[in-house]
Design a protein around this ligand. Structure first.
Ligand SMILES: [Zn+2]
Length: 211
């Protein structure tokens, strides 16, 4: 049984997720912890619950989702998993930090490439990779069928969708990802978003004004 813990980090109010099961193996998804205080908060949680972090996963590599990547990699000696098309955003991190007026960002790299259909395993659990480009070129979501949830990054939001005005964004591609991929998941699927509160597929099908 997977437990899901979430943290809201940085001035971007980005949601970082820690998933773990009864084996206490854990994955950290989109660590947006920006300053020392936020990084300590994440570390305290991992230590207090005696978790063993085995992987770092990124839905995509916009700066607010990777602020803490190097911290997580160095602290728990894990590899970062993301789609190779996210190297576009990795190369753009410093320029992006300047654009948003962020003083410093640790350079980082993707260690292991993932793609549609891959299974990411930790403990007795696994997450299926679904390729959902549009908000960014190599965006993926992590779906768990047994417990019916999806760590969705910046694809869907409660009554909204990811922005597509950043470099590499493509509005029609995002709409296609939502309609052809996300909306084929069961209506009850809980969507854990990269910003704001969770929602469900069924709720967004009926209430999302962008779709
Ligand atoms: Zn983003």
């Amino acid at each position: 049984m997977i437990q899901i813990a979430s943290f809201e980090f940085s001035p971007f109010s980005e949601n970082t997720y820690v998933l773990y099961d009864e084996t206490l193996e854990a994955v950290v998804i989109d660590p947006g912890c920006y300053d020392h205080y936020e990084r300590q908060q994440l570390k305290d949680f991992i230590e207090k619950n005696k978790l063993k972090v085995v992987k770092l996963l990124n839905t995509h590599c916009h700066l607010d989702h990777v602020f803490g990547n190097e911290f997580v990699k160095k602290t728990w000696h894990v590899q970062a998993y993301a789609h190779d098309l996210e190297n576009f955003n990795i190369g753009f991190l410093e320029a992006s930090a300047r654009m948003f007026g962020i003083g410093h960002i640790d350079p980082t790299r993707i260690d292991s490439f993932i793609e549609e259909g891959d299974l990411i395993e930790f403990g007795k659990s696994s997450l299926e990779v679904i390729f959902t480009p549009g908000h960014s070129p190599g965006h993926v979501v992590f779906y768990n069928k047994e417990q019916n949830f999806c760590i969705n990054g910046d694809v869907l939001f409660k009554m909204s969708i990811g922005r597509t005005d950043l470099p590499g964004g493509n509005h029609q591609q995002l709409i296609n990802s939502i309609k052809q991929k996300m909306f084929t998941l069961p209506d009850e699927t809980i969507i854990y978003t990269g910003h704001g509160n969770p929602t469900t597929i069924g709720f967004e099908k009926t209430h999302n004004p962008f779709l």
